[in-house]
Design a protein around this ligand. Sequence first.
Ligand code: HSE
Length: 444
Amino acid sequence: MSAVTSPQIVPAVPPVRVALLGCGVVGSQVARLLSEQADDLAARVGAPVELVGVAVRRLGLKRDVDLPAELFTTDAEALVSRDDVDVVVEVVGGIEPARSLILSALRHGASVVSANKALLAEDGATLFAAAEAAGRDLYYEAAVAGAIPILRPLRESLAGDQVTRVIGIVNGTTNFILDRMDTSGTGFTEALEEAQQLGYAEADPTADVEGFDAAAKAAILASLAFHTRVTAADVHREGIAEVSAADVASAREMGCVVKLLAICALEHGPDGPAVSARVHPAMIPRSHPLASVREAYNAVFVESRAAGQLMFYGPGAGGAPTASAVLGDLVTVARNRLAEVSGAGESAYAGLPVLPMGATQTRYHVQVDVDDKPGVLASVAHAFAERNVSIQTVRQEGRGDDAQLVVVSHTASDADLAATVESLRSMPNVRDVSSVMRVEGVDG
Ligand code: HSE
């Protein structure tokens, strides 16, 4: 049934024919929306949108959508090679066979809509080149932050502006875990278990917890924001498994919250403009818009020269939300097919160098357990000064055997900050460096 009840104008033109690769959590919702919203989609595209085949690994499984059995096939290659398929929607994920299937689809004249962040972040260049050679579209809004429109704003809405920084909470699982640690004071392990019980975290949570998922999304965001090819291998990655309850408590003391951030920035490199791309836990002030992103939600904060600060917020995963992004692309791609044009392809004209993490400008929060004796503060300050790192604030917590110095630096190169921490670890009056975390979202 149509979602819009007013009279529809469904044009009498041949349908745009769609093949779907994958019928899991996202694929089944794509198929459901294609059916339930058929009239609206036809009116918006200018032609009916017809699902002509669904490739799955196994036939006969119970699915979250009712589809005629004859639509299903296990021969994905044959499906994408059909010359009557106009658009292939790929929601299987992973590198292979997704890459071969997408390349085959493009070679056979289909446009492609994909949600495959890992593939786009690893080998987007090959896919974009194939799309260009074929004169077809490759759209992938669903690959980053689920339902949130962020790739189209970067590629199109901000095409006349100069984006300087993108900071994203782009992994819902880790945001849920860190939010639980912040609100309940639990440690990482307990929060992860809760996330698994509630279905937010996978049984093997490595891709989320170790930051691989967010790093792939950071590569895609950086590529679009800075018109430069950035791959997942270019992204510095640290996960959240080492974040302790003490780190979270320390952030709270400072009026901050710990988030796993994907940060892509335009930087001053040694030879001119450059790009940095990194994923790591960081403290941000509770007043920062990203601090209000709770539970498994995602958000992307964009800074640009003319527009200033923008924030995009919403569900970053889940079947229907991700299918919403897929369908948005599908409508655009289908319209382009009817108009016999292709949309914007890869824009990598800037070709900026990607800085190594050591050369990236960051700020550190460092908590050191120290002997509470004259000269200790001076020697700690000296360790920062030796590396030319300026201190913004320092405060002492506790006294006697339980004294801690909490230092927040100004901005410096990550290499100098890391070296400062190393020299603190070897100082005689420092018993332990009990917390080290980068600080984001504050000037200085
Ligand atoms: N596993 C991801 C997350 C969603 O937790 O946000 C898919 O990228």
